[in-house]
Design a protein around this ligand. Structure first.
Ligand SMILES: *Cc1c(COP(=O)(O)O)cnc(C)c1O
Length: 392
């Protein structure tokens, strides 16, 4: 075994011990309370599209994040798709997204009939770089009738989508300044960052509209689910309307006033979500403690650096990450093989989106930072229970 492999395994062993079974990357954390509320939901017979748990879950999300309205939907991808639609993204537009993201960020753009336009990331936050974005837009974009146009493709640039990678907040002030100057709305992909704060604001609440995910691998889960966050009551009403078949309220008549979606979150899933929201502070506390232990274990490590929350931000530490000090794809893959064989489920970051076959022809900025991050990031097992119970 070479030195780099040994340095990774030693760090993992320090925090997780020697596993007898596979320590998975991330698993749901469910308690008696989740069971209680789900059983209550079943007993009520309201398991589907109508019921009190949806309203309660939405209220809990709005109260926690400090946003005026939260609208629960069936998953994070459609939350982002509807958010883009409501921000005005139309067929034939371009939307700026980080190349370093989960595929759903670009898919949501495509489902609007728009084209993802890939931009670079910041080495500190792992999210969109305001500086790189500003410089790039100065080059390729021009104002046109109060909008922003791509000089090269002629298409309108209709929105920018910062994504808070692994829970670490993007440098939002810089980004908001550029978006304001260039007159493009910000739609936040906060799928991974429930419980993460940028200065005094919860992630997903700084842009015009934001999206959360409650998939099974996220910090809390509803089995599958998502939410749209916005301070704009008009947008919130629209979000509810178009995700619930655009039915006009009436005691018995079926009247729908536009082509819409059935993207609502079932009451059964919302019941699970209510119990998870009650436990979110406890889960966050454990996540922080686990991150603290990893940070200690990798302190002074000559091959790896533990990724910490950016300045002015409080991360939920959804997924813990180390980076190779010297980016190298072959070394990275060797490390992943070794760690997985030793019982630690470590994963690389995503294949950069512009290299996936369906997005290979999309416009893109130079991506030196994203490429270096792809060759250096390694996610470590991050389930909340791994922090142990000692100090709770
Ligand atoms: C999980 C995730 C999504 C999509 O959420 P789903 O609920 O799985 O559809 C979108 N963007 C990012 C960055 C994610 O991690």
């Amino acid at each position: 075994m070479d030195l780099v492999e040994e340095l990774l395994l030693r760090g993992l062993e320090d925090v997780l011990g020697c596993p007898s079974a596979m320590v998975v990357l991330h698993e749901p954390d469910l308690s008696a309370r989740e069971k209680e509320l789900v059983v209550d939901c079943i007993d009520s017979n309201f398991v589907s599209s109508v019921g009190h748990y949806v309203d309660r879950f939405e209220e809990m999300l709005a109260a926690y994040t400090g946003v005026r309205r939260a609208i629960a939907v069936s998953n994070g991808t459609v939350a982002l798709q509807v958010a883009l639609h409501l921000a005005g993204v139309e067929s034939g537009d371009e939307v700026l997204v980080p190349s370093l993201s989960f595929v759903a960020t670009a898919n949501a753009v495509s489902h609007c009939g728009a084209v993802p336009h890939f931009v670079d990331s910041c080495p500190v936050t792992l999210g969109l770089s305001p500086e790189a974005l500003g410089d790039y837009l100065d080059h390729i974009a021009e104002p046109a009738l109060g909008q922003l146009r791509n000089r090269v493709t002629g298409r309108r640039i209709a929105a920018v989508v910062p994504m808070h990678t692994y829970g670490h907040p993007v440098e939002m002030l810089g980004l908001m300044e550029i978006a304001g100057k260039k007159t493009i709305p910000i739609v936040e992909d906060a799928a991974e960052s429930l419980g993460s704060w940028y200065r005094d604001w919860h992630t997903g609440t700084l842009g015009r509209i934001g999206a959360l995910s409650f998939n099974g691998n996220k910090i809390i889960t509803t089995g599958g689910g998502g939410a749209i966050l916005t301070d704009d009551p008009g947008l919130a009403d629209r979000a509810k309307h178009v995700t619930t078949t655009a039915k006009l309220p009436h005691r018995w008549a079926y009247f729908h006033d536009e082509v819409a979606w059935n993207f609502r979150l079932p009451n059964l899933n919302a019941a699970l979500g209510c119990a998870q929201m009650e436990r979110l502070p406890e889960l966050l506390q454990r996540k922080r403690r686990l991150a603290e232990r990893y940070r200690g274990a990798f302190a002074g490590n000559t091959a790896f650096e533990f990724v910490t929350e950016p300045p002015h931000a409080r991360s939920n530490y959804w997924l813990n990450t180390v980076r190779l000090r010297t980016p190298n794809m072959d070394v990275r893959d060797r490390l992943l093989t070794k760690a997985n064989a030793a019982g630690y489920q470590c994963r690389p970051t995503w294949v950069l989106l512009h290299r996936l076959p369906m997005y290979a022809e999309c416009p893109r900025a130079p991506l030196p930072v994203a490429s270096a991050l792809e060759a250096s990031l390694i996610n470590l097992p991050s389930s909340a229970y791994l922090a142990g119970d000692s100090q709770l």
